[in-house]
Design a protein around this ligand. Structure first.
Ligand SMILES: NC(=O)c1ccc[n+]([C@@H]2O[C@H](COP(=O)([O-])OP(=O)(O)OC[C@H]3O[C@@H](n4cnc5c(N)ncnc54)[C@H](OP(=O)(O)O)[C@@H]3O)[C@@H](O)[C@H]2O)c1
Length: 267
């Protein structure tokens, strides 16, 4: 079936998901209906992705089988309040907002099926990571359908909503933290003599290759580290500096802080 998919919000995450949906052939661009309060955002998306722009959120809800709410968490309740009268019982609502619980969403949508997803922006290049949580009135079929969409944009896993704040920290916000590492490695490369473009490709391709090794070889991360580290060699020096600086504690703090913010957003 060729679904009609609606997006309320034409921002960064909606762009990543829509680009992935179109590139993977899941849905044609003309069957994607989008609204946004920002005319500039909507015009840009229409130009770049050839979606069908609509003037109001209400029109998007009326046009779509699956409605994605892709606005910031602090405007989600207002948006839902504005469109709640336009839903019909055959539709599926998907929220990607950090911190806003399914229970809160269902206060507006009643018995309609709701799926909450924590995606990430690498969906833009079909390397996204998404966690899919089922609402009270959503079926396994709804959940499978949304997993199918997000699997076409990378990897999707079904998860219990109780874990969504830690997922927000590890994979939702995670790209920002991994970009930071890539950037710092590239900056150090430049500091010690490399050209900027060379340093960037060395750092980014090394991150990509390491991620593929972690995902595809079945070898544990501890063993993969051992495999790169010759006793008494160069890598051992770097590993020891990471341990001395307690890099693990810093990462724990980053995850915990992000997680606590995600939990606070919903209150
Ligand atoms: N970005 C990420 O990496 C990421 C990752 C995982 C989850 N998320 C979640 O995805 C959601 C969207 O994030 P984002 O980064 O894509 O935000 P964004 O780039 O700011 O996009 C949101 C868009 O919604 C528009 N908007 C605001 N109020 C609206 C309304 N009443 N009706 C229709 N459109 C409205 C905004 O316009 P204005 O700018 O004019 O307000 C903006 O263009 C958030 O809930 C976030 O938690 C984001």
């Amino acid at each position: 079936m060729d679904y009609k998919i609606g997006f309320i919000g034409a921002g960064k995450m909606a762009t990543a998901i829509i680009k992935g949906i179109i590139d993977s052939g899941f849905c044609k661009s003309e069957n994607i209906f989008v609204s946004d309060v920002s005319e500039a955002a909507l015009e840009k998306m229409e130009k770049d992705l050839k979606i069908s722009p609509l003037a109001t959120n209400n029109e998007v809800v009326k046009a779509a089988d699956i409605v994605f709410c892709a606005v910031k968490p602090f405007v989600l309740k207002d948006v839902l309040n504005g469109v709640k009268g336009d839903f019909n019982d055959k539709q599926l609502l998907v929220s990607i907002a950090a911190g806003v619980s399914i229970k809160t969403i269902e206060e507006f949508t009643g018995k309609m099926p709701v799926i909450r997803v924590m995606p990430n922006t690498p969906a833009f290049v079909k390397a996204g990571m998404s966690a899919v949580c089922r609402g009270t009135f959503a079926t396994e079929k709804h959940s499978d359908l949304i997993c199918k969409i997000f699997n076409s944009l990378g990897i999707a896993v079904k998860e219990d909503e109780k874990n969504i704040d830690v997922i927000t920290a590890v994979s939702g916000s995670g790209p920002a933290y991994f970009y930071y590492f890539i950037n710092e490695f590239a900056k150090a490369g430049v500091k010690y003599g490399l050209k900027k473009e060379t340093a960037l490709v060395l750092a980014a391709q090394t991150a990509l290759g390491s991620a593929k090794m972690a995902l595809e070889t079945g070898v544990s991360l501890e063993q993969l580290i051992i495999n790169v580290t010759t006793p008494g060699g160069c890598t051992e020096v770097g590993n020891n500096i990471l341990a001395e600086c307690k890099a693990d504690e810093i990462i724990d703090k980053v995850v915990k802080g992000t997680m606590e913010k995600a939990a606070a957003l919903g209150k």
